[in-house]
Design a protein around this ligand. Structure first.
Ligand code: SAH
Length: 283
């Protein structure tokens, strides 16, 4: 998901402004979906993914009466981006769990150390945050978990940190697997990982909870196989609000009832996640 963007397609805006304006501008940039802001003398560098929806929103921060000028977007070289992006990442608390890059000091417990590198899943994307919130809200101690499209491993590792008895995670992208294995080692958690798809699981394999943070076109083909292997709860994230009807039609409502939905707007798009509970697990 969005990996093209994460690998190399980034842009930067330069915003020159008097010091008194900087705090407000950082807040505005954050609400516009910036991936990180670097403060230089009388200037902000604001980074966005290149598929960012609203460059006009950033350019509209220009205000001659306040001596604010904005230029960009300009493409960013990979090496610069990697450096700046690392500097921009900070520990983030999601659903009561601190997600911390290894180069930052601990901000609190409980925590997970996640270096996302090139795999998706630093907690910087709305769909990861929504998935984490619904997953940790439904997970009961001792339950087993399946994580489809694990990226950095963030969701499965969070479930293990919060009391899952066993977690299996996979991804079709070998680079993601390497990163997930590194994050597993960083946190000393017993995550089972493989490179492949849901079909590689035994037909009889069952998990109490399954989570998938995938774009709709990635999710739909594997959803029946995923649901068949899930006993109690399905957490689905990574879809846009306008895709809600197509997703709702993909699973029989008599079997899977949506009990909770969460949304977050990022870069002008409304991301949705939902928690579905199986008929047999309902009272
Ligand atoms: N779970 C992480 C990463 C989500 S990005 C998070 O929530 O942040 C989605 C990941 O799914 C990518 O790493 C991509 O390689 C993987 N993916 C896409 N389609 C897949 C499929 N059919 N089966 C397994 N993995 C898939």
């Amino acid at each position: 998901m969005h990996r093209q963007a994460r690998r190399n397609a980034f842009v930067v805006f330069r915003i020159a402004a008097p010091p008194v304006e900087l705090e407000r501008l950082v807040a505005e940039l954050s609400s516009l979906g910036t991936l990180g802001v670097e403060e230089r003398e009388a200037e902000l560098l604001a980074y966005f993914s290149a598929d960012f929806a609203d460059p006009a929103g950033v350019l509209a921060l220009e205000d001659a009466s306040r001596h604010i000028s904005v230029s960009g977007p300009a493409p960013v070289e990979d090496a610069d981006w990697e450096h700046e992006w690392r500097r921009g990442l900070l520990p983030r608390q999601i659903a009561g769990l601190w997600i911390r890059p290894s180069w930052c000091a601990s901000a609190g417990e409980p925590e997970l150390v996640i270096d996302p590198q090139q795999a998706f899943g630093s907690g910087e994307h709305a769909s990861t945050r929504l998935a984490l919130e619904l997953l940790l809200a439904t997970l009961r101690p001792g339950e087993t978990l399946l994580d489809v499209g694990t990226g950095s491993g963030i969701l499965a590792l969070a479930a293990l940190r919060r009391g899952a008895s066993r977690a299996v995670a996979f991804d079709t992208d070998p680079i993601a697997l390497v990163n997930a294995a590194e994050n597993r080692a960083r946190n000393g958690l017993p995550l089972a990982l493989y490179c492949g798809s849901v079909e590689a699981l035994a037909r009889t394999a069952r998990f109490d909870v399954s989570v998938a943070n995938l774009l709709l076109h990635e999710l739909l083909p594997c959803l029946p196989a995923l649901a068949a292997r899930t006993r109690r709860a399905l957490v689905l994230s990574g879809q846009l609000e306008l895709e809600r009807a197509r997703l709702a039609a993909a699973l029989p409502e008599s079997e899977w009832a949506c009990v909770r939905e969460a949304t977050e707007i990022q870069s002008g798009e409304t991301w949705c996640a939902r928690l579905l509970i199986h008929r047999d697990a309902r009272q």
